[in-house]
Design a protein around this ligand. Structure first.
Ligand code: TTP
Length: 394
């Protein structure tokens, strides 16, 4: 089945991590986020992939290339982010007049649920949540979608739109929808038109994650690191202790006295130890280094990042080429036990997590003895001074 994957977004809620890369390229268990979506689509039955790119398009094109698991990939550029229906409209020149699947390129789905979507007739993936009021909610009667409402105070069901659709060929003629109240051309309006003429089935999704904000990147890694194939292909000291699902790639080095508790992935070129403690779920990116007496727990360290001496990093995302000075300590828990809050597009919002540390943009450097409070964001290339206690974003 021909499949459109939407990957043109600016990822503004993910800043500063998307200052220098598009959201689809953020690392999830050693692969770019969008590659997980593309591979799941291929497993489910995608025979041709059309990827809509826009913000930092070249990064996606260069990394993904012409095929995914043997299935051809074409690209189309959406110059301006005018909405998801507009994104599919840009892709429509590449599509045959046949049914087609549309997937958000920043969402993760379990394999079985996507199989069910591809095997269905016109359909939309739906995910059951306790509080649907902040989502697009499906109205369903007799196993047929009868409507979709954005952020309803009085939700018609507990089934939310999980951003995966199987449209009939006729929907290709319905893509030119007018602007919504939030100023976008939305695919949900195409769905509204489709349900007027077609029976659209809600397909329940067992596991789904929309990766829009930094803690969701952490969640994505927590999920996908549990699925890695454990293997020790790098150089690992006999004096290191490794337990749980751990993969050490060829070209990585794990020195004396290191303990790694999986799930964890140590990528090629990375160095761990001596005497470091890595706790799951952690991704140590390519060429990253974790040095003596450093503890890293449930975190993502991107390429070339260094935490070399006497530091603690918990529940955090560190971008590329970050350097933590000796004795940098991250707080990841509030003493009132409330969920840690983080700045997203200028607002302080709850991460919903009792444990969350910090988000650090590419190239940031901390001075020795820096304390970083839970929920702090350091922007791209930020600096902290010696002995600083950082309680606000910078
Ligand atoms: P969003 O997550 O709504 O947008 P975004 O990725 O730009 O992130 P943010 O809101 O943080 O700025 O988009 C959902 C998916 O649709 C995502 O994969 C990007 C894609 N998309 C497009 O390809 N074109 C568009 O015009 C829009 C609005 C989204």
């Amino acid at each position: 089945m021909q499949t459109v994957v939407l990957a043109a977004g600016q990822g503004t809620r993910m800043r500063p991590l998307t200052d220098r890369r598009p959201k689809p390229m953020l690392p999830v268990a050693g692969r770019p986020l969008v590659e997980h979506t593309l591979s799941t689509a291929v497993d489910a039955g995608a025979t041709r992939l059309v990827v809509v790119v826009g913000y930092k398009a070249d990064a996606v094109r260069e990394r993904i290339g012409d095929t995914v698991d043997g299935v051809p990939v074409e690209y189309t550029v959406q110059d301006e982010q005018r909405g998801t229906a507009d994104a599919v409209l840009q892709a429509s020149d590449h599509l045959d007049h046949e049914p087609f699947v549309v997937l958000n390129g920043d969402a993760l789905y379990d394999d079985e649920s996507l199989d069910d979507l591809y095997d269905a007739g016109p359909a939309v993936a739906s995910y059951r949540v306790d509080d649907p009021t902040q989502y697009g909610v499906l109205a369903v009667e007799n196993d047929r979608v009868t409507g979709i409402v954005e952020k309803p105070a009085d939700p018609p069901s507990d089934l939310i739109n999980a951003g995966a659709y199987l449209f009939p060929a006729a929907a290709l003629d319905e893509l030119d929808v007018s602007e919504s109240s939030r100023g976008e051309h939305e695919l949900t309006d195409v769905l509204e038109r489709t349900i007027e003429s077609h029976a659209v089935t809600p397909i329940p999704v067992n596991r789904w994650l929309d990766v829009g904000r930094p803690w969701e990147l952490l969640k994505a890694n927590e999920w996908k690191l549990t699925e890695i194939e454990p293997a020790i292909n790098g150089t690992v000291s006999d004096d290191a202790t490794i337990s749980g699902p751990v993969r050490v790639e060829a070209g990585a080095t794990v020195n004396d006295g290191v303990t790694i508790e999986g799930p964890a992935l140590v990528r090629s070129g990375a160095t761990v130890g001596p005497n470091a403690y890595i706790r799951g779920a952690t991704l140590v990116g390519p060429d990253a280094s974790v040095g003596h007496a450093v503890e890293i727990k449930n975190s993502v360290l991107m390429r070339d990042t260094a935490v070399n001496h006497l530091s603690y990093v918990g529940d955090s995302v560190l971008g590329r080429s970050v350097n933590f000075g000796a004795g940098t300590i991250v707080a990841n828990l509030r003493h009132d036990d409330k969920a840690v809050r983080l700045t997203v597009k200028g607002d302080r919002v709850s991460t919903g997590r009792r444990k969350f540390g910090v988000v650090v943009g590419d190239g940031a450097k901390t001075g020795i003895d820096t304390s970083l409070n839970a929920g702090v964001t350091l922007s791209t290339d930020a600096r902290t001074g010696v002995g600083e206690s950082v309680t606000k974003d910078r």
